[in-house]
Ligand binder design. Structure first.
Ligand SMILES: Cc1ncc(C[n+]2csc(CCOP(=O)(O)OP(=O)(O)O)c2C)c(N)n1
Length: 584
């Protein structure tokens, strides 16, 4: 191998990994890498306007494509600015490699200019992290980082690279796939599930009277949507997905219960509450899903299929744990069921179960009070659904707008709904949507953002305009930190403490100042036309500010830590679950 700088090795290794785009910001400690990027000129670089934005762009790219995203920052403040995105990727199991510059090795620990211990700081929020100490280790470490990020339960991996390492000349070779795998003897994600447990699961599924499939983000990561649909149809099992699992099962399918949990549908929550068998697939029993754990699926046996052994029985004790790749386990499970002639033992009870679910769907669909005077947020989401014919990728910030986007847009394919589920990061939507559009230029990308969330990373609109990325940013403007206001209304007797955002920038002028197109409406009658106009712009970003009903609440809702029985419905009523159905 020829002699070249460590920085060139970084780029060569990224090329070997198939990286076609990097999101980042340069600085003193990563300047050699930027110089190599310039000289080798084979990887597109998107210059973010804040490292947090670069990190979320890499996440959005990874979430939309299934490939590993890459973000690059300098040492010190560049690296600390990435931390929110790193934590976000960790909570949502997003495969991203974060590369940070570091002060030269001989200055580490000396309080050098722009020095922070980013490896120490990110240890709790990375799947793994590395400090490169010798230039010879550089390509192997970067390749290990990619391998760890995308295999097993995916997640963020950080590689901290001191400046002198990027300057040192080396003839190190880029290691092969085999060398990478052999260099990590302690890291062997399970692929095949245990055959005995799969047999038990098949038997339980055939014998169940009231089964429910509860599908999470792991199913999206494993690209198991076809197998989930096959299992659901074969065994006539209703399917509910988590926020992260959206798109793993078509929400327009008659067996879909849509989302469960805090802002889930009435019928999903009732079905889980009354089920006698819950088949959890790539889901982690998050507290936003379970509410009060003792009252979550209290009558059900639980099967849990997951690639991550650490998530089994972490929050809820399960009866049949199956650790393995979700798609491979489901293929085996379906085979096993077919071997048993797919004979459902309690046909009549199953039929009654599906009828009961249909009755719940009819009695309490997702609903709101329409208006022709003011734009209802739910109507906004429905209109976006209409205008995009259900085909757009939707990215959101965090708050009411995120939950309305989860409820009133129907998702039919994996990687369609991109939002911050685990960390709940305001400011995620705009940069993640930019990353998603770069990953999927063939798709319309609508970013549905809250006014509050948008303000947290709004400078990335400049990035979108700089590269003529035709994203559609729809700001649902209620001039509040709406979700917090809703909690204050419901649980703090309307004491609205510090949630008023009515002192605002002029969003239309702001968009124009950033190089985007700006539009605004508060009129339900012109909403559709304005959204269509935005959809048809192909050469630059568009921002549409939509003034909505200010104090609309996002319902139904299970209050935090409560059970499904305490669900608040959109008509203001409470539910008494036991009275709705006789568990027999
Ligand atoms: C970075 C960050 N800070 C604070 C919060 C707490 N928080 C959750 S929702 C919310 C309000 C969101 O307001 P907005 O983006 O305007 O959306 P809306 O709820 O009005 O739709 C806040 C402050 C958070 N999730 N993330």
């Amino acid at each position: 191998m020829a002699m070249r700088k460590g920085a060139d090795v970084v780029i060569e290794t990224l090329l070997k990994e198939g990286v076609d785009v990097i999101f980042g910001i340069p600085g003193g400690a990563n300047m050699e890498i930027y110089d190599a990027l310039y000289r080798i000129n084979k990887i597109k670089h998107i210059l973010a306007r804040h490292e947090q934005g670069a990190g979320h762009m890499a996440e959005g790219y990874a979430k939309a494509s299934g490939k590993v995203g890459v973000a690059l920052a300098t040492s010190g403040p560049g690296a600390t600015n990435l931390i929110t995105a790193i934590a976000d990727a960790y909570m949502d199991s997003v495969p991203v490699v974060f590369l940070t510059g570091q002060v030269p090795t001989f200055l580490i620990g000396n309080d050098a200019f722009q020095e922070v211990d980013i490896v120490g700081m990110t240890r709790p929020v990375t799947k793994h992290n590395f400090l490169v100490k010798r230039v010879e280790d550089l390509p192997l470490i970067i390749r290990q980082a990619f391998y760890i990020a995308r295999t097993g339960r995916p997640g963020p991996v950080l590689v901290d690279i001191p400046k002198d390492i990027t300057q040192t000349m080396t003839d190190v070779e880029i290691p092969s796939d085999e060398e990478v795998i052999n260099s990590l003897p302690g890291y062997k994600p399970h692929i095949e599930g245990n055959p005995q447990q799969i047999k038990r699961a098949a038997q339980l599924i055939l014998e169940a009277k009231r089964p429910v499939l509860y599908v999470g983000g792991g199913a999206v990561a494993a690209e198991a949507n076809a197998e989930i649909t096959e299992l659901a149809e074969l065994m006539k099992i209703p399917v509910t997905t988590t926020n992260m699992g959206k798109g793993a099962f078509d929400e327009r399918h008659p067996l879909s219960l849509r989302m469960l949990g805090m802002h889930g549908t009435y019928y999903a929550n009732m079905a889980v509450y009354h089920s006698d068998l819950l088949i959890a697939v790539g889901s982690r029993f998050d507290d936003r899903v379970t509410g009060k754990v003792d009252e979550f699926a209290p009558f059900a046996k639980i099967i849990h299929i997951d690639i991550d052994p650490a998530s089994i029985s972490k929050n809820i004790t399960v009866d049949v744990p199956i650790v393995g790749d979700i798609r491979s386990v489901l293929v085996r499970l379906i085979e096993e069921i077919k071997n048993k002639n797919s004979k459902i033992v309690h046909e009549d009870e199953r039929k009654a179960w599906l009828e009961q679910i249909d009755a719940w769907k009819k009695a309490y669909p997702l609903s709101y009070k329409p208006s022709d005077k003011v734009i209802k947020p739910q109507f906004l989401i429905e209109t976006i659904y209409d205008v995009t014919e259900g085909n757009a990728i939707i990215a959101t910030g965090v708050g009411q707008h995120q939950m309305w986007s989860a409820m009133f847009y129907k998702y039919s394919f994996p990687r369609q709904f991109i939002n911050s589920g685990g960390l709940g990061t305001m400011g995620f939507g705009l940069p993640a949507g930019i990353g998603a559009k770069i990953a999927r230029p063939d798709k319309d990308v609508f970013i549905i953002d809250g006014d509050g969330s948008f303000l947290m990373t709004m400078q990335e609109l400049i990035t979108a305009a700089h590269y003529n990325i035709p994203i559609k940013v729809i700001i649902l403007n209620n001039a509040y930190y709406g979700m917090v206001r809703q909690w204050q209304e419901l649980f703090y007797n309307k004491r609205y403490s510090e949630v008023d955002l009515s002192f605002q920038p002029d969003f239309v002028k702001l968009a124009e100042a950033c190089g985007a197109i700006g539009m605004r409406t508060d009129n339900p009658k012109e909403l559709k036309d304005i959204l269509l106009k935005a959809k048809n712009v192909n050469d630059k970003p568009v921002l549409v500010e939509v003034i909505v009903d200010r104090e609309e609440n996002c319902l139904p809702m299970v209050p935090a830590g409560k059970s499904y029985k305490d669900m608040l419905l959109s008509d203001g009523k409470n539910v008494e679950a036991e009275t709705m159905y006789l568990v027999g």
